[in-house]
Design a protein around this ligand. Structure first.
Ligand code: SF4
Length: 369
């Protein structure tokens, strides 16, 4: 197995997720927990859970217990607005929507325009604020419940400062350095930032559950170190894998490498061309060989994207797997199928995104419920 690296700012190589669970000290998302989720929500699990795109957790067992015993919980997630959002960014939001809908809980979405300004040397504050607006439209377009969803942008929601202060008194420089790897050149705003990011986990006196990609987990380890000393719960988390870039199964999609990603604002026609040109398949070099030997869906990005999001029908996915293995299916047909699915998704998303422009105010969090 090739070496891999997962940090909050970098994902490299072919990630071994079982190894990552051990490295990060998290827990696997077991059949038992998923069955309990289905029973408590009286629902069939969505593909993100069925197919283990979400594969690991911290204290999700306690979240379910709290729900079962009437204490409830709330959801918190976020977005660093440094550019346009792509397919890989939005999938965890769909899983979050499912959790909100089925458990009927509040969701807080932090838009960290201040963080992106501080951490990205080439971004102006104006840029991050502009991206905040654009990204909020994409998030609203997912279809969250406006009565239970509270979106706030750090630079506007100044009440967060008051909540960050008691946290800032608990987090030492070495705790923050262990996560962010600060150097002598790090700006002082960066050093304070973990306090701002941890504050929403205290918005309610219930357990907080954060659904996010696993590279974000180190941020919450800081919160878990001091939360109980302030009279709050350690935050719980559900961790997803990464959506692979179009160009290969290693690493994750990158907003700065357009050929690796499909952006939510891409013209559907252009997105189709991009997939056709760049999507890596596990096919053989010639049609003859493909017919004789079959393809490798395990090494195929087209198959992965279908598995993660674009083919919700389990039976159809399994049939595609076998048709690929047997050589009955050719990569061109398969790519065309994915393109059709992605284009349908983009068209619908972009319609909802347009509508979201009139709905922003309904979602803005002012600090009052
Ligand atoms: Fe991938 Fe489809 Fe080609 Fe198989 S036939 S390798 S699943 S693109």
């Amino acid at each position: 197995m090739a070496e891999f690296k997962v940090t909050p700012w970098d994902v490299e190589g072919m990630v071994d997720y079982d190894k990552l669970i051990k490295e990060f000290g998290t827990q696997p998302l077991t059949d038992e927990l998923l069955e309990k989720t289905a029973v408590l929500t009286k629902s069939e699990l969505p593909l993100y859970f069925r197919r283990r795109f979400f594969f690991s957790h911290r204290d999700y067992d306690l979240v379910l217990k709290d729900y079962e015993e009437g204490r409830g919980f709330f959801l918190y997630t976020g977005r660093g607005p440094s550019g346009p959002m792509h397919i890989g960014h939005i999938i965890p939001f769909f899983a979050t929507k499912w959790l909100q809908e089925k458990f009927g809980v509040n969701l807080y979405v932090q838009i960290t325009d201040d963080e992106k300004f501080l951490f990205k040397p080439n971004l102006s504050f104006e840029d991050t604020k502009r991206w905040a607006y654009e990204n909020i439209l994409d998030i609203i377009a997912v279809g969250f419940d406006p009565d239970k969803t509270f979106i706030f942008q750090d630079s506007e929601f100044t009440k967060i400062y008051e909540m960050a202060i008691p946290i800032a008194k608990k987090v030492t420089y070495s705790m923050a350095k262990a996560v962010f790897g600060f150097t002598e050149q790090s700006k002082i705003g960066m050093i304070f930032y973990p306090a701002i990011q941890a504050a929403p986990t205290f918005f309610e006196k219930r357990r907080c559950l954060i659904p996010a990609a696993i590279d974000q987990d180190p941020y919450w380890r800081i919160q878990r170190d001091f939360a109980e000393s302030l009279g709050y719960y350690k935050t719980a988390a559900l961790h997803s894998k990464f959506v692979p870039p179009l160009t290969g199964l290693e690493g994750k999609m990158s907003a700065s490498k357009p050929e690796t990603a499909v952006y939510l604002t891409d013209d559907p026609e252009e997105a189709g061309k991009k997939i056709w040109k760049f999507a890596l398949t596990g096919g053989q070099p010639t049609v003859k060989e493909q017919r004789e030997k079959g393809g490798n869906p395990e090494k195929c990005v087209v198959f992965k994207w279908l598995e993660i999001f674009f083919e919700p029908d389990d039976k159809a996915l399994l049939e595609r797997y076998h048709a690929c293995k047997s050589g009955a299916l050719l990569c061109g047909e398969c790519k065309r199928y994915l393109i059709k699915k992605v284009q349908e998704f983009l068209k619908e998303h972009q319609k909802r995104r347009e509508k979201a422009k009139d709905e922003i105010e309904k979602f803005k969090y002012t600090g009052e419920l």
